[in-house]
Design a protein around this ligand. Structure first.
Ligand SMILES: [Zn+2]
Length: 260
C-alpha cells in the first residue's frame, strides 16, 4: 500500500509498522507458542494475542532508521546484553549508557502509538499544552533527524516491575505487554502515558518536569550516561492492579501456554 509516511512525510510504499517493536512481541511469541499476554487498560481488555498491533504507518527507510538509530541498542540494553548493568537495593542501575538514544527509543514508541490508528493505542494521548505547542511535530522532527529532544515537553521515567505478593515471577511480568494508558501526573495537571515492555514500567510525562521535580523523581537525563530503574510493585499501580489479578486467573487457567 502506498501512502504518506508519517515520519518523513513522503509518498512511498508503506510497511507494517509497530509502535511497540515487533522484536519485543516476537520473543514472547516464540516462548509462548505464538501468544503474548496483552493488556489494554482503557478498554479493560486482557488477552492472549498473536496480533503485534501493526498498521501501515511508515516507509521502509524510516522503519529501518528507527530500528538502527534507537531500537536495537535500547532493546539490548533492556535485555541485559551489556555488562554495565548492576542490581542495587533500590533498582537496576545502567551505567555508561547512551541515555539520549534510549530516551529516543521510548519517545519513538510513544510517538508512533500517538499517531497510530490501531485501537490498542488509543491511550497514547498528547497533553493539551503540547498540542498547542506543536509537540507532535517537534517530536517527529527529533526522531527523523536524530536531533535534540524537546526537553521542555517530555520527561521519561523507567521502573522495574516486580510483584511483592509473589504471585508472578519476573518472567511472567516480562511476558506481559501493557499498551499505553494515561493518567494525571503530579499536582499541576501534567499527564503521563505509561506502558509495560520487557518487565519495565515506562512513563512519558508531559510537559517535562521542572528541575526541582526531577531531583525528587528518578527521570532520565538525556545528557547523562547512567540511570536507575527503581523497583515498583506492579500491584501498587491502580490501573494494573485489577487487570493483573484477572490476568493471574487466566495464567493459572492456561499456564501451559505462558511462562510462569
Ligand atoms: Zn518515511
Amino acid at each position: 500500500m502506498r501512502g504518506i509516511c508519517k515520519l518523513c512525510g513522503i509518498d512511498r510504499e508503506l510497511r507494517n509498522s509497530h509502535a511497540i517493536p515487533d522484536s519485543i512481541f516476537n520473543v514472547i511469541f516464540k516462548e509462548n507458542s505464538g501468544k503474548a499476554i496483552l493488556l489494554t487498560v482503557d478498554g479493560r481488555k486482557i488477552d492472549y494475542t498473536s496480533d503485534s498491533l501493526d498498521t501501515k504507518q511508515l516507509c521502509d527507510i524510516c522503519e529501518k532508521k528507527l530500528n538502527h538509530s534507537y531500537e536495537k541498542y535500547s532493546i539490548n540494553l533492556l535485555r541485559n546484553s551489556y555488562r554495565n548493568v548492576s542490581k542495587e537495593s533500590e533498582g537496576i542501575n545502567f551505567s555508561e549508557v547512551d541515555v539520549e538514544k534510549f530516551m529516543k527509543f521510548i519517545l519513538a514508541i510513544y510517538w508512533r502509538a500517538a499517531v497510530s490508528e490501531h485501537e490498542s493505542y488509543r491511550g497514547a494521548v498528547m497533553h493539551e499544552e503540547l498540542l498547542y505547542k506543536n509537540g507532535a511535530e517537534k517530536l517527529r522532527l527529533c526522531l527523523l533527524e536524530n536531533s535534540k529532544i524537546p526537553a521542555s515537553l517530555f520527561s521519561v521515567k523507567i521502573r522495574r516491575l516486580r510483584d511483592l505478593s509473589g504471585s508472578f515471577s519476573l518472567q511472567t511480568l516480562k511476558n506481559l505487554i501493557v499498551t499505553p494508558f494515561h493518567r494525571p501526573y503530579g499536582k499541576d495537571e501534567k499527564v503521563s502515558v505509561n506502558f509495560v515492555i520487557e518487565g519495565f514500567y515506562i512513563s512519558v510525562i508531559m510537559p517535562a518536569l521542572s528541575d526541582k521535580e526531577r531531583r525528587k523523581d528518578m527521570v532520565l537525563y538525556a545528557k547523562g550516561n547512567q540511570f536507575t530503574a527503581g523497583y515498583v510493585d506492579a500491584l501498587s499501580i491502580p490501573e494494573l492492579k485489577e487487570t493483573i489479578r484477572v490476568m493471574g486467573l487466566k495464567i493459572r487457567m492456561g499456564h501451559s501456554n505462558v511462562g510462569s
